[in-house]
Structure formats: C-alpha cells, structure tokens
Design a protein around this ligand. Structure first.
Ligand SMILES: Nc1c(NC[C@H](O)[C@H](O)[C@H](O)CO)[nH]c(=O)[nH]c1=O
Ligand SMILES: CC(=O)[C@@H](O)COP(=O)(O)O
Length: 158
C-alpha cells in the first residue's frame, strides 16, 4: 500500500532551488486545527530549512477547507507571491459532505494555479478518521505540510 511508503518528507534536500528571494503564501484552514497547525509547522520548517526568509512566508487563515480555494486566489492575485500552499484536513463524517468539500477544493486549487500561472500546492489531508490525519501531520507517515513545501520549491525550479 502507498501508505507503507515514506512521503516526500524523506527527500534528500539535494538539487533544491534557491528560494532566498521567493515569497510564499500559506493558507491554513481552521477546521481540525490540531492537524492543520502541525501541517503548517512542517511547511514552515521546510521552507526555512531550504533558505526562505521568514518575512517572505505569509500565513492566512480561512474557516474550513472549502474556503481554501478563495483564500488561495486572494493570495495568488498578489504579483509578489511566487507560490501558494494551502493546508487543510477534511475528515469523513456520516454524510457525503466530505466528498463535496474534497472535490471542490481540489478543483479550486487547480483553477487558481492555472489562472495565475503560479504553483498552488494542494496540502489537504482527506482522511477516513482523525488518526490517519495525525499520522500524516508529523506522525508515522511524515508531514504532508513538509511535502507540500518541497513541492512548491520544486515547482519554482521548473
Ligand atoms: N467537516 C470539515 C469541514 N467543513 C467545513 C467546510 O470546509 C466549510 O467551511 C463549510 O462547509 C462552509 O463553507 N472543513 C474542513 O476543513 N474539514 C472538515 O472535516
Ligand atoms: C467533512 C465534513 O464536513 C464532515 O466532518 C461533516 O460531518 P457529517 O458528514 O457527519 O455531517
């Protein structure tokens, strides 16, 4: 199973782009904040570790993952932003609400990246339960926030 593999957080860090002059917008959903703040900590740590300046990492909060698309758009429309990372955690409940949120935010983030011609990275956990989310926010399966940050850096080196 894919989950038996380490995520990109086991990357070597070699051949990574110089991001000392790059500006990152990070949009974080408040829903499941224990998880999303861990994702943010992972992303922040990775960006700083690879040379980003702290003042060039702008964090904004939105209520839930459904709002990440608009938050990403509001961030990406600023010319000085080089890449946007969205971080969220959608956990399956008893209804189909999960499906609509996940589909909407995946489509919305894709639209933002294409509309503004800059990386908009999908750092949204879509899990069956909270434990799966915790495992991917600094647990046994790494940190998807770290993975999202590496993805943004790699896209800037395209
Ligand atoms: N159940 C989860 C939500 N629900 C809220 C939506 O994202 C949205 O804020 C609401 O439908 C109003 O537009 N959000 C998550 O991020 N994670 C969930 O598990
Ligand atoms: C993903 C959600 O919105 C979900 O947590 C809401 O739970 P439910 O589907 O039981 O209303």
């Amino acid at each position: 199973m894919a989950t038996s593999l380490k995520n990109l957080s086991s990357h070597t860090g070699k051949n990574i782009t110089d991001i000392s002059g790059k500006k990152f917008g990070v949009v974080v959903a408040e829903w499941n904040s224990e998880v999303t703040e861990s994702l943010y900590a992972g992303a922040l740590d990775t960006l700083l570790k690879h040379g980003a300046k702290r003042e060039n990492i702008i964090k904004k909060l939105v209520p839930g993952s459904f709002e990440l698309s608009l938050g990403a758009q509001w961030m990406a429309q600023h010319e000085e932003i080089d890449a946007v990372i969205v971080l969220g955690c959608v956990i399956q409940g008893d209804t189909r609400h999960f499906d609509f949120i996940c589909d909407a935010v995946a489509y919305g983030i894709t639209e933002v990246s294409l509309k503004y011609n800059k990386p908009a990275i999908f750092g949204v956990l879509t899990t069956n339960n909270q434990q799966q989310a915790l495992d991917r926010a600094g647990g046994k399966h790494g940190n998807k926030g770290d993975e999202a940050a590496i993805t943004a850096i790699k896209m800037l080196g395209f």
